[in-house]
Design a protein around this ligand. Structure first.
Ligand code: DLL
Length: 434
């Protein structure tokens, strides 16, 4: 099923015509109303009238997270404050948070896009949706909430935390869809088992997971343990929140970008050149319809690649590969670039190892070292020492063979790695404290 069938299946030519007219209007609006962009355009010698085709996008300046911070809190609004009806903010691990404003129409568009996402995941108005994304300044909770209401489904606004209670609600209300981070889904699964509840036996059938990187191996693990279809959803507060892109349940291969609202490019993060489809680089997004705080060529720092081949589901929107990592999370260990997701894939392929891990990065002299702490399951934990050692060596070898990096591996007790109610913390970077 497709929610906005006319738009989501627009022939590419018509889609591009729509994008171009929206891009022209956007450029005019930001030039007229946002001092930051007017100044940038002037510095680069670009005028709104220079944008005549979609390929002229490359004439426009990039926007970075730091630009949002520099204009904290409301300096990038393109409308008077009285037209803004909602504010969200991302916490950010360093520095001030980034703030995003929405007009009434922005909030409505977002709800429609999230409704599209629910339908793409296989959900409908008949579903009960358990929403464990945090409500508040984080966009996950309210984003999914309004989308579910727009769709006409029943939304259970649980928010994050209170894990035991969540398990009770999963059992009592019998939701058919759950929204959470993938790591929290595993926490719920674990807590359910402790409470004697098998999620597999409940009516739950779809999980809409995002807000943090996860891997294909993690998907299989969750699908198998919980007996559901696990769908990857992408978004970021600066651009809107959840719903910028989602996988369809038909193919589960790449996330369709809502291209009538967002223009995407993949760039080489070093040279800033635009890369062709299929090449891995940084995702850059231009918001075509946002009124309160439109952004031009926003550098997400998320690493992925573009797939423009037609999808079996019938949607004509291009897809991006599941996020491979963030450029700022990339570890350079003795000259080798490693993304946490690559380590996750190796861990989850190893028998006896649980999907809970922490990467500890230290600097010794001028060299970075990587310690992989990973939990083992109860069975392996109570096994003979030599089996534990064998597993440890196997992980060390696989990391070396596949990634070319020497890591220390430390197997730790079940449940000893801290659980998170929202985004999991996978990296402990001790270099920054040194
Ligand atoms: O995490 C919005 C969201 C909420 C998306 C719920 C999906 C579901 P921020 O807190 O601003 O917004 O964080 C955005 O999270 O740049 C990515 O690095 C990461 N991220 C989001 N979704 C995915 C995903 C929300 N599916 C940042 N896979 C983004 C990998 C993701 N990383």
């Amino acid at each position: 099923m497709i929610y906005d069938v006319d738009l989501e299946t627009l022939p590419r030519e018509d889609l591009e015509a729509l994008q171009l007219s929206r891009l022209k209007s956007l450029v005019g609006r930001v030039h007229a109303n946002v001092g930051f962009y007017r100044q940038k355009f002037d510095e680069m010698g670009v005028k709104p009238s220079d944008i005549r085709s979609l390929s002229d996008l490359k004439l426009l300046p990039f926007t970075e997270k730091q630009d949002l911070r520099n204009h904290y809190p409301f300096g990038l609004f393109a409308v008077p404050k009285e037209n803004v009806v909602r504010i969200h903010a991302s916490s950010g691990t360093t520095g001030k948070s980034t703030v995003v404003g929405y007009t009434h129409r922005d909030v409505r568009n977002w709800a429609r896009l999230m409704a599209r996402c629910f339908v793409a995941s296989g959900a409908s108005a008949l579903d009960i949706i358990h929403n464990a994304y945090g409500y508040g300044l984080f966009t996950g909770g309210l984003g999914a909430h309004y989308g579910a209401e727009e769709l006409g489904a029943i939304i259970v606004p649980v928010s994050g935390g209170g894990t035991k209670r969540q398990v009770m609600l999963l059992k009592d209300f019998g939701p058919t869809v759950i929204c959470s981070t993938p790591s929290y889904a595993l926490v719920l699964h674990e807590a359910a088992l402790e409470a004697g509840v098998r999620i597999k036996d409940l009516p739950l059938r779809i999980g809409i997971f995002g807000a943090e990187p996860w891997t294909e191996e993690m998907r299989r693990d969750i699908e198998e343990k919980m007996g559901i279809t696990a769908i990857d959803i992408y978004g970021l507060s600066e651009i809107m929140g959840p719903g910028v892109g989602i996988e369809c349940c038909v193919a589960q291969k790449g996330l369709h970008i809502m291209e009538d609202h967002f223009l995407v490019e993949i760039i080489d993060p070093d040279t800033l050149e635009v890369l062709p489809p299929g090449e891995v680089g940084e995702l850059v997004i231009t918001t075509l319809t946002k009124e309160a705080q439109p952004l031009i060529r926003y550098r997400t720092r998320d690493i992925t690649k573009l797939d423009i081949t037609p999808c079996r589901c019938g949607r004509t929107f291009a897809r991006v590969h599941r996020m491979m990592g963030r450029s700022d999370d990339m570890l350079i260990i003795r000259g080798v670039n490693v993304f946490p997701s690559q380590i996750e894939s190796i861990l989850l392929e190893t028998e006896g190892v649980a999907p809970h891990y922490l990467l500890v990065v230290k600097r010794e002299g001028n060299l970075d070292t990587l310690e992989v702490q990973v939990e083992v399951d109860e069975k392996l934990f109570s096994d003979e020492i030599k089996n534990l050692q064998r597993t440890e060596l196997k992980i060390v070898k696989n990391i070396k063979d596949y990634l070319g990096v020497t890591a220390q591996v430390k197997l730790v007790e079940p449940r000893s790695i801290q659980r998170s109610e929202g985004k999991a913390k996978r990296i402990l970077d001790l270099r920054k404290q040194a």
